[in-house]
Design a protein around this ligand. Structure first.
Ligand code: ATP
Ligand code: MG
Length: 651
């Protein structure tokens, strides 16, 4: 890739060592953890597993027959037992497990005792519906406490959940139900989103016209009368009726460490979603320890991950990781701009949130809205911030630390995927010196490397493919029902290693800089340019809120760059800024990286998880038929962009 490292986009080379007070109180503040883990990776994970409850201890920590790993082989455990029962024996039984806020403003607090009771009742209700160990249950719900309750109830009886994000359409739900061959759907009459009712049950009804495997639907009453839904006799049941009179005790199934825990479909940023399979023991231990160490979780923390549970981030870092740690986890149903653009900061202030974990896309939106919104609230309880989902540009990182973290908190940029199940590259906040824009270093035992096509490590400051050379506990165990695709996507590309699909570079200190998807690295007149780098340059311009850069075919240069840019102020974009932006990129990176075309736009096409879908922008730029658009947040954005792009080219 180009010779200028991303650091050069910052005016000075800023680094942030852990503040002394933070380091002193941190769970991990001794560099030797890395070395010990390197010497004995299996012993490292065995020690973490010993914190948790096993019905039967494992015989071997790891069996590795590529591409399949088995962790804690022969061990028997139950992740719901570890998230609940384990805590009921101590004072934690009365501790808040879930602090929930609905979009209209209702509040609910479930202690560990409350949560265990509801999970047991739900588990018994599922058994009564005929759900058995190994059966698949689709969960299509708003962000209400019944969502984690349903997941934990499945896990308790050994059923496999597949959570489908509540923002998806009936078609997307239908396809996932059919792929997983689910027997039951758990849903709600609706949910609230930006003041509107999301008609979940109606979508389920549409989906179920073509899902032969579904026998029952369990419906939570979230909305009431206004939802105006229809219950199908014999098929549909109200949650509260089904749970009524159910026993408060449902024994946890003794699951094999390698039994399926869940299937989750990826967000579809790079293509058609894949049904990623996760199993029990390794996933439990991996999410338990990464949550504890990376978020430095203490008994009195109030931890809030703003993701939707429909994504892996919600599975691992709202539900399983925090609850396995006995933490207090905050859950919010709605959007950050309802009723005003300070809703998140109101929530932080109201519950005294100490650790906040969100996405770069959210941060860039907050930047667009301006710092006056967080400034209205007392955010002084925050002591640690995190991000995940996309590369975070240094400007956004700095804004986050300053306006949310009060120039005080460490920021952990965590790299991982649905497939990895757990965070793999991230700072340890009491130990790692931070560089804005870098996910820093692999978690202890994780063998990440940046390599070329043949799998040979590339020199420092050179871009390449990010790969993982050793198995890790929460790694995927396949694509559901498609072992050939599993082999082909992740293992055939570079011999002997797991291919992440992401580009990265390591700097002289061995820090990892994520560059986006490998198909987002392009070749302009013989120069390799990461589109992320150009985006980063664009966003460092004071007027730019967000940018997406892609490569398009060019007669002479082979490939050229096109940039789609959203401005901060939201006012009418004047076209004179376009030349200014092109010059700005030339100045920051070099004339070679100057985009051929810049299109100003109010919105960028994003997945439901908030990631920019560059592949659709490429389709637009190349005049191709649009690829899979089922996971787009707002399909109209891409169609109007296409029209404007073509008009702009014609004019
Ligand atoms: P699909 O695989 O269907 O295209 P997806 O890759 O967007 O969808 P996820 O598993 O939700 O689905 O996202 C994982 C990807 O998100 C990573 O491969 C990486 O590209 C990006 N990502 C996540 N965290 C970070 C981070 N901290 N820095 C840079 N990129 C990140
Ligand atoms: Mg992916």
């Amino acid at each position: 890739m180009s010779s200028r490292p991303i650091e050069s986009l910052l005016d000075e080379r800023r680094v942030f060592a852990p503040p002394e007070a933070f380091a002193n109180q941190a769970l991990v503040n001794d560099e030797s953890v890395y070395e010990r883990a390197r010497r004995d990776p299996e012993g490292f994970w065995a020690r973490a597993a010993e914190d948790l409850h096993w019905f039967r201890r494992w015989d071997a920590v790891l069996e590795w027959t590529p591409p399949y790993a088995r962790w804690f082989v022969g061990g028997r455990t139950n992740i719901a037992y570890n998230c609940l029962d384990r805590h009921l024996r101590s004072a934690r039984r009365n501790k808040a497990a879930i602090v929930w806020e609905g979009e209209p403003g209702e509040q609910r607090v479930l202690t560990y005792w409350d949560l265990a009771r509801e999970v047991n009742r739900c588990a018994n209700a599922l058994l009564a519906l005929g759900v058995r160990r190994g059966d698949r249950v689709a969960i299509y719900m708003p962000m209400i406490p019944e969502l984690p309750i349903a997941m934990l109830a499945c896990a308790r009886i050994g059923a496999v959940h597949t959570v489908v994000f509540g923002g998806f359409s009936a078609e997307a739900l239908r396809d996932r139900i059919n792929d997983a061959q689910a027997k039951v759907v758990i849903t709600a009459d609706g949910g609230f989103r930006r003041g509107q009712i999301v008609p979940l049950k109606r979508n389920v009804d549409h989906a179920l016209a073509e899902t032969p495997t579904i026998q029952h639907v369990l419906v939570v009453r979230r909305i009431g009368e206004a939802a105006a839904i229809h219950m199908v006799e014999g098929r549909d049941r109200w949650w509260h009726r089904a749970l009524d009179g159910m026993g408060l005790d449902c024994p946890a199934e003794e699951m094999d460490s390698e039994d399926l825990l869940y299937i989750l479909y990826t967000s579809g940023t790079t293509g058609k979603p894949k049904g990623i399979v996760h199993t029990t023991g390794g996933y439990m231990v991996g999410t338990y320890l990464t949550t504890k160490w990376i978020f430095d979780l203490k008994e009195d923390d109030v931890y809030w991950c703003t993701a939707d549970i429909g994504w892996v981030t919600g599975h691992s870092y709202i539900v399983y990781g925090p609850l396995a740690n006995g933490a207090t986890t905050v859950m919010y149903e709605g959007t950050p701009d309802w009723p005003e653009k300070d809703r998140f900061w109101e929530i932080v202030e109201r519950y005294g949130v100490t650790v906040l974990y969100t996405a770069p896309t959210a941060i860039r939106t907050f930047i667009k809205w301006g710092p006056q919104w967080p400034a209205r609230h007392d955010l002084s309880t925050l002591r640690l911030l995190g991000t995940v989902g996309e590369p975070i540009n240094p400007e956004a990182w700095m804004w986050y630390r300053r306006h949310i973290g009060g120039d005080r908190t460490p920021v952990v940029d965590t790299w991982w995927q649905t497939e990895t199940g757990m965070i793999l590259i991230s700072p340890l906040p009491g130990l790692t010196t931070l560089k804005p824009g870098s996910a820093t270093r692999p978690f202890p035992t994780i063998d990440a490397e940046v390599v070329d096509e043949k799998g040979v490590p590339v020199p420092p400051n050179t871009g390449g493919y990010l790969v993982l050379r050793r198995p890790w506990p929460a790694m995927l165990r396949g694509i559901y029902g498609d072992p050939a695709r599993f082999q082909q996507i992740y293992w055939d590309r570079i011999p002997g290693v797991y291919f992440t699909g992401d580009g990265a570079r390591k700097d002289d200190d061995g820090y990892f800089w994520l560059l986006g998807r490998v198909d987002d690295v392009i070749n302009v007149a013989g120069h390799r340019i990461g589109t992320m780098e150009v985006e980063s340059a664009l966003v460092s311009h004071p007027r730019v809120a967000e940018a997406a850069v892609i490569g398009m075919h060019h007669e002479i240069k082979g490939q050229a760059l096109a940039a789609f840019v959203t401005l901060k102020d939201g006012g009418t974009p004047d076209e004179s800024v376009i030349e200014e932006l092109r010059d700005h990129v030339a100045e920051k990176i070099g004339p070679i990286a100057k985009p051929d075309r810049v299109l100003l736009t109010a919105e960028l096409p994003k997945t439901r998880s908030g990631k920019i879908m560059r592949r659709l922008l490429r389709d637009i730029a190349e005049g191709r038929v649009l690829g899979d658009t089922t996971t787009l947040a707002d399909p109209t954005v891409v169609h109007s962009l296409r029209e404007r792009y073509e008009e702009d080219a014609g004019g």
